[in-house]
Design a protein around this ligand. Structure first.
Ligand SMILES: [Mn+2]
Length: 484
């Protein structure tokens, strides 16, 4: 037995074309151009002669006749392409009557005849009107993008002073990335532009993204918006957040706007998942040399908005991402996704490592007093990296509340259920089997009224009690060092 049983039909197949109107003729030429062995059979003497003049292997014959079926018996693939659907159906029947399983492609005229030809034994049926509709849609899409790109360019070029690119309040990566791309488009046309935001650049990842890529953003507070004569809103619509209203010239978004801006240029596409995807299409259409900053920003914008292609991803998002991929700086992307630790997280982590108590593979620790709760859950995550640790729980006090963050990488240990069991009656639990947290009012936990000067006492009281409760819930007794 040979292991090599791969079918190499593509390179050795022989073809027959039955019925050679304009479609058959075009297909014959394509196949000939690929140096395929093609036999053409057509009923029209004049056409056969013309084909022969072109050095094509053509014969006269009526495709309904069994003689034609015999003539094509040695062909692997038979394309039955006459415009007469009934003749095509008869040809299929003649060929199938011979009982061989040649691959038959047949031309229909509408969905009904498609079904008939399929029933007669065609392997593939081509419906010309569907094919034309399809390519018309594609042409329309390209045509529309071409038209829109021209319009956008003209609108940008009409700027005399500077263009303001406004993004939604507390902008996310998709906003920042699409604005960065539009700014690059403007600068390529020698139009100065600024990205203007309101609120704050929240989330550590977003700040890391802006800083690592060196994206210039201006706060609305530091600019005079009157100084800009072109206003663009990019990824500005955000459900539940107010949108900019007055004097807008350009809108590019993947969310509908509540307000009718009557902007000179608007491209709003609710059928794509990110504004970064739309900007990528413009950059492609403009054939702009894609700088690393813009490519990396857009790729991150698409990934963040689609949660790494897990949420509402469309083919347009994927093709845009594939286009950007080779131009993007992947080291930077990696850094954005795991930004270096903040000072407080480091402090909390250091404190938690110092105060840790380990039973078997379970670690429980006290991080003291904190202000940033985010730091606590990051510390819990990092503690899992300590050798031999599969479950971590860190708690701390902020104001008059005990915060506890826990993580588990042990599939048998449902940390959410453990926290619920230990503290569910006195605190509020959030999370699931691998990642959970709980908030407990300090007063309820200790039974002592909280005041400024008893905080340290409360922390000590809390520490012992929390550790004991947790280890017990994890199934280890903290007074027994053989536990775990
Ligand atoms: Mn968006």
């Amino acid at each position: 037995m040979s292991a090599n049983t791969g079918i190499t039909m593509a390179s050795t197949s022989t073809y027959a074309i039955l019925g050679c109107g304009s479609v058959g003729h075009a297909v014959a030429e394509e196949l000939e151009a690929e140096a395929k062995d093609v036999l053409i059979i057509d009923c029209d003497e004049g056409r056969v002669e013309a084909l022969r003049d072109q050095d094509l292997n053509a014969q006269q014959g009526d495709i309904r006749e069994s003689s034609v079926a015999n003539e094509t018996a040695d062909r692997d693939v038979i394309l039955i392409l006459s415009s007469d659907v009934d003749a095509n159906a008869e040809a299929i029947e003649q060929i199938r009557d011979r009982g061989e399983d040649q691959y038959l492609v047949a031309r229909a005229s509408d969905p009904v005849s498609s079904d008939e030809l399929q029933d007669a034994g065609a392997d593939v049926v081509i419906n010309p009107s569907a094919v034309i509709a399809d390519s018309a849609m594609r042409a329309l899409e390209t045509g529309e993008l071409e038209y829109k790109t021209k319009q956008l360019g003209e609108e940008i070029d009409s700027t005399n002073e500077r263009m303001a690119i406004r993004i939604h309040r507390s902008p996310d990566p998709d906003s920042i990335a699409s604005a960065t791309a539009l700014k690059a488009v403007a600068e390529n046309r020698e139009i100065g532009a600024d990205i203007i935001y309101e609120g704050e650049i929240g989330h550590r990842e977003n700040r890391a993204f802006v800083n690592l890529l060196g994206i210039d953003l201006l706060s609305i507070e530091e600019v005079d918006i009157e100084a800009y004569d072109t206003i663009a809103l990019v990824d500005d619509a955000k459900p539940g957040s107010p949108q900019h209203e007055e004097g807008v010239d350009i809108i590019i978004d993947h969310h509908e706007h509540d307000h009718d801006h009557s902007a000179a240029f608007a491209d709003i596409r609710p059928n794509v998942s990110s504004t970064s995807t739309i900007l990528t299409k413009y950059i492609q259409e403009l054939d702009l040399t894609l700088g690393e900053q813009v490519a990396t920003a857009l790729l991150y914008g698409i990934r963040a908005e689609t949660l790494d292609f897990k949420r509402d991803t469309t083919p347009a998002d994927l093709t845009a991402a594939a286009y950007l991929y080779p131009f993007a700086d992947h080291d930077t992307l990696e850094q954005v996704e795991s930004p270096s630790m903040s000072a407080e997280t480091l402090d909390v982590l250091a404190e938690a490592i110092r105060n840790r108590e380990v039973e078997g593979s379970h670690l429980v620790s006290n991080a003291g007093f904190i202000t940033d709760r985010d730091a606590l859950s990051q510390a819990a995550q990092h503690l899992l990296n300590l050798e031999g640790i599969t479950t971590s729980a860190v708690f701390a006090i902020a104001d008059d509340t005990i915060y506890l963050a826990a993580r588990s990488k042990d599939i048998r240990m449902d940390i959410g259920r453990i926290l619920e069991g230990a503290f569910g009656d006195i605190g509020e639990m959030k999370g699931h089997s691998t990642d959970a947290s709980v908030e407990i009012p300090l007063g309820i936990f200790t039974g002592i009224e909280v005041s400024e000067d008893n905080r340290n006492t409360l922390l000590e009281l809390t520490e012992e009690a929390v550790k004991k409760k947790l280890f017990a819930a994890m199934g280890v007794d903290s007074s027994d060092s053989n536990g775990g």
